[in-house]
Design a protein around this ligand. Sequence first.
Ligand SMILES: Nc1ncnc2c1ncn2[C@@H]1O[C@H](COP(=O)(O)OP(=O)(O)O)[C@@H](O)[C@H]1O
Ligand SMILES: [Mg+2]
Length: 291
Amino acid sequence: MQVAIYLFKSSKTNLGYRCLLLSHPSSSPVYLDWNDALPVLRRAYDLGLFTMIIGPKGTGKTTLVRAFGAEIGRTLFPVNFSLRTRESHLIGTKTLENGGVGFVDGILVESMKLGGLLYLDELNAAEADVLLRLDEALDDRRQVVLKESEGQTITASKGWTVIATINPLSHVGTKELPPQLLSRFPVRLRLEYPPEEVEVDIIRRHTSIENSALASTRMGVKLANKLREAAAVEELYYSPSMRETIAFSKLIESGSEAKYAAQLVFANVYGQWGDVEYRKVMDMITSIFGN
Ligand SMILES: Nc1ncnc2c1ncn2[C@@H]1O[C@H](COP(=O)(O)OP(=O)(O)O)[C@@H](O)[C@H]1O
Ligand SMILES: [Mg+2]
């Protein structure tokens, strides 16, 4: 059983965000709804509309959808799209059992039958034929015909809903979604990296850093934002996500020295593009953390 508790943050930051505590240990411990995305998802859900979330990696898209699934008490059916995702993954596959032919439902069909929350992650990494099949289920009838089986028509149970995420087109392997499919998701949320102070608050939900570790975390977030800015104007090849800033703080929390932790998490990765790129980042680290 998952229990949702809302906390309203003081108006100190003037953001008025709230967070959602999930009792399930495997869920994200706390989702900090810093840009009021949960009420938007809720409104869309109540109106029977599907939502698309657009944003770069590590901005909290998956965590947000998980928190929302818990809020509305729907089982999450996640599909992480790649070029290898096949129609059979969504629809199902024929099986041979004891000489007879059976059918194992794919994740789309299963979610429709059970009235769950279908989470289509990185939808713009999917192949066209897969998208076409999805489109069938997402139109107003909410039906899919199992031509792979015996041609039955599956109609979605009450409460069935769909949320998709797409990465910005600059990401490797992403394609433009066909406009037809895009129109199935008329509510669009953009999730960017949060303001620095909010990112620090998010990190604090994943760690118990205080005092000097907190000060180092602030510097780490500052560095991450400089790297993101540099990547946005193509001065660097890579942009660190919140996964990295959280990892950095965890290293600090476990006793790592700040500059060394910054090198491990933020600088070394640039080595794959050569020494010049790596040096550029080390210089930024030195200017923030000292020698
Ligand atoms: N608003 C938030 N509240 C709590 N944790 C967050 C928030 N945003 C991001 N995170 C954390 O940052 C990391 C990356 O988030 P994730 O949801 O996996 O991003 P995405 O799906 O956009 O790649 C996860 O550890 C996640 O728990
Ligand atoms: Mg994700």
